[in-house]
Ligand binder design. Structure first.
Ligand SMILES: [Zn+2]
Length: 404
């Protein structure tokens, strides 16, 4: 008797994004068969049994299927709105004037502390829906706008509950070491103590974080302070990632590599030694062209060095109210190509396979392969390059999450 599947998608063209195939791992006459939410077959029609039975057969009419997209770096959950600050800045207001008018990260922290969990979820859902509407099936969400144990945990809990409101996989990162709260009165070391000894253990105990992140920068925390956070994460068995080398080269990429970080993110100022260290550690370079564009950076990440050393590159929105109010992974791909000169294959791998690798979920998502979740994006396009080439256009035909 022939094997019975839940669903079969046939007459499709597949961009499998498998690492063991060249380019996009394309299959011209492709079939995907799923059962129980998992892919059981993703390959050529010629090798698929013609008599295979399924509850539902879907004729894709020659459309392209990619893995469901992965946005591996977002600050999706926050309170407040910074559009007014943008308006003031365009009128020539200085940083100090904006701070005096209640702007900056301080304003987001204040608004996030004031918001209930339900309010945080409600304000994040339209942003999440924008991502989902472009075929995103896995989203990472960071805390970092609470900067006290209670609010950081509420932010992470709100992030987790997004996955109960929408059919999407949510991965959370605890980013207590994002900025110094006003009440710390300039004492970064004492605040890092609080992060390591109180906030992080409480977050870990409540199982609210899948990873631990930090912001290592002149305006944030030093290498020594970051290392303390990473040591504390290691003791609790949590993987780490890092906002590294965005505005200056403090050796963030090398520090992330030293702690075998899942990813180092931003990396505009990373040097070749940092790239080589990341390659040795298997740390993914997460590039965030939305922030580069929005704050009008000129220093580009060392894409050539990442290629030379074989560092996997991911692309993400960095969706946040201060430096990247971006909720389009398609636009992030276009920016990766136009601003950073990434190839079409690099951009597509960046929002699928390498995004999944940056979250430590490559064994369950990110490529079209038997055994992985059946997370698919089905596109009305003639060739995959259109997903990178077009600006402000969404050719998503259907999105499939866990086989549905
Ligand atoms: Zn970020």
């Amino acid at each position: 008797m022939a094997e019975r599947f839940d669903r079969i998608w046939h007459n499709a063209r597949l961009a499998t994004m498998r690492a063991d195939r060249p380019d996009l791992g394309e299959i011209e006459r492709g079939v995907i068969a799923a059962r129980g939410g998992h892919i059981l077959y993703a390959g050529g029609a010629a090798d698929f049994p013609a008599d295979a039975d399924a509850i539902e057969r879907i004729d894709c009419e020659g459309r392209w299927i990619t893995p469901g997209l992965v946005d591996c770096h977002t600050h999706l959950v926050y309170g407040g709105n910074r559009a007014h600050e943008f308006e003031l800045r365009l009128k020539g207001a200085s940083y100090e004037e904006i701070a005096r008018a209640g702007g900056g990260i301080v304003s987001t922290v204040a608004a996030t502390r004031k918001a209930s969990e339900a309010e945080l979820v409600a304000s994040a859902l339209p942003r999440l829906d924008a991502l989902i509407g472009e075929g995103v099936t896995t989203v990472e969400v960071k805390s970092g706008y609470g900067l006290d144990a209670e609010t950081e945990m509420r932010q992470l809990s709100a992030a987790r509950s997004l996955g109960r409101h929408r059919p999407v996989a949510i991965r959370t990162s605890f980013l207590g070491a994002h900025a110094l709260p006003v009440e710390a009165d300039g004492d970064k070391d004492r605040y890092i103590d609080l992060v390591c000894k109180e906030m992080l253990p409480a977050v870990a105990k409540a199982a609210l974080a899948d990873a631990v992140d930090a912001f290592m920068e002149g305006i944030a925390f030093s290498a020594e302070q970051t290392a303390r956070v990473f040591e504390a994460a290691r003791v609790l068995g949590l993987p780490v990632k890092l906002h590294a080398d965005q505005l200056s080269n403090l050796g963030g990429a090398a520090l992330a590599a030293k702690f075998s970080a899942l990813s180092a993110d931003h990396l505009e100022h990373t040097d070749e030694a940092g790239a080589a260290a990341m390659a040795r550690a298997g740390t993914v370079a997460v590039l965030l062209p939305g922030a580069f564009y929005f704050i009008r950076e000129t220093q580009k990440p060392p894409v050539e060095a990442f290629r030379k050393h074989g560092v996997p590159m991911a692309l993400a929105t960095d969706c946040n109210p201060g430096s990247s109010p971006l909720t389009s992974l398609l636009l992030a791909m276009n920016m990766g190509a136009t601003l950073f000169r990434m190839t079409v294959a690099e951009c597509l791998a960046g929002v699928t396979r390498e995004g999944a690798r940056a979250l430590g979920v490559l064994d369950e998502a990110g490529t079209l392969e038997a055994g992985k979740w059946c997370d698919l994006a089905i596109w009305d396009i003639e060739r995959p390059a259109e997903l990178v080439y077009r600006i402000g256009f969404n050719p998503l035909h259907r999105r499939v999450w866990r086989g549905k």
